[in-house]
Design a protein around this ligand. Structure first.
Ligand code: ZN
Length: 160
């Protein structure tokens, strides 16, 4: 069973088996994206999958580079594809998974700060929430109701 916190900004799942099928579908798509991870430096594979309102699922994986900052996280590979290919279609939810190469066990897949900033921007652009699903520790998974809840006291387009 999922339990929500007091403010109900998110749900916590105490084990993967508790996650509902509609979310598991997206998690599986994110896991499939491990296969395209280009991560020769970190050996840390990340997969992401975004479900759009039109039913499209846009997956992405982390893409590293010898000049480290030139690489890009799986979440932004996925979201930027969605933004470029379907600029007027809302993003419903995003699943993120991570693991070390050669291991089967998933690691915590909490998005980095820059990815959270990008999620927030798309959420504001489309004026509707984006759910974010990822593993937060050895057992627990989290599903936030919004991207904004992952980035409190944020800077966004309304600040300009
Ligand atoms: Zn990131």
């Amino acid at each position: 069973m999922a339990r929500s916190d007091e403010k109900a900004t998110h749900f916590i799942y105490e084990k993967k088996e508790d996650i509902e099928d509609l979310y598991m579908l997206l998690i599986k798509k994110a896991e499939e994206a491990f296969a395209s991870s280009y991560s020769p430096y970190s050996n840390f594979e990340v997969g992401a999958a975004a479900l759009l309102e039109n039913g499209e699922i846009i997956s992405g994986s982390n893409q590293e580079n010898a000049a480290y900052p030139s690489g890009l996280c799986a979440e932004r590979v996925s979201l930027f594809q969605a933004g470029a290919r379907f600029p007027n279609v809302k993003i419903i939810r995003l699943a993120v998974v991570a693991k070390r190469r050669g291991e089967k066990e998933l690691r915590s897949g909490g998005p980095c700060g820059m990815c959270r900033q990008v999620m927030l921007e798309y959420e504001q652009k489309q004026s509707s929430p984006i759910e974010i699903i990822f593993k937060i520790d050895n057992e627990n998974w989290i599903r936030t109701k919004t991207a904004a809840s992952l980035l409190p006291f944020s800077f966004g387009k309304d600040n300009l």
